[in-house]
Design a protein around this ligand. Structure first.
Ligand SMILES: Cc1cc2nc3c(=O)[nH]c(=O)nc-3n(C[C@H](O)[C@H](O)[C@H](O)COP(=O)(O)O)c2cc1C
Length: 149
């Protein structure tokens, strides 16, 4: 069974809700999932998981929140398989700054998949995009696994 660490930062709940939808989708696909809300408690050891998923909102003109930067430093390495999602709002700087924390994190971790970008709450019309992305993560990991073993 593939194991995922989902580490996410959320202030007003959108990124947390997105993380929960991803968790449910991965669990439905047979994966085991550990959730870690960044900034609460010790940072789990990424080496205990097959892959890591990082979620962040975007702040202050396209910035990555400080607690997410601290998390990245605490992890202190670039694990092989990192997938990234984020929530944001196009009202703050349009497409250019939309979810740019997620875009930067995906680049930093050399993520094999495009980061998932969600506008505000994932509930409603965007829910299907979250589910499809999480299924894509699972498919990607399974494909790699088949190639490696
Ligand atoms: C002061 C402020 C600045 C923001 N700046 C951006 C931004 O530059 N880019 C973006 O995509 N979203 C921006 N947002 C929107 C948040 O990222 C968005 O509401 C997000 O869903 C919040 O996540 P959370 O509910 O998990 O805390 C900003 C929000 C606030 C309040």
């Amino acid at each position: 069974m593939v194991s995922f660490l989902i580490a996410y930062a959320s202030w007003s709940g959108n990124t947390a809700e997105t993380a929960e939808l991803i968790e449910q989708t991965l669990a439905a696909g047979g994966a085991s999932v550990k959730m870690h809300r960044i900034g609460t408690g010790p940072v789990p050891d990424y080496r205990e998981f097959d892959a890591m998923i990082v979620g962040s909102f975007t702040w202050d003109q396209g910035s990555t929140p400080d607690e997410v930067k601290d998390f990245v430093l605490d992890v202190g390495a670039k694990p092989d398989h990192v997938y990234v999602f984020g929530t944001g709002d196009t009202q703050f700087g349009g497409d250019e700054l939309f979810c740019s924390a997620a875009v930067k994190l995906a680049r930093f971790y050399n993520s094999a998949l495009e980061p998932l970008k969600i506008e505000q709450s994932p509930r409603g019309a965007q829910e299907i995009r979250v589910t499809a992305w999480a299924e894509g993560v699972l498919d990607h990991w399974r494909h790699l696994h088949e190639l490696t073993y």
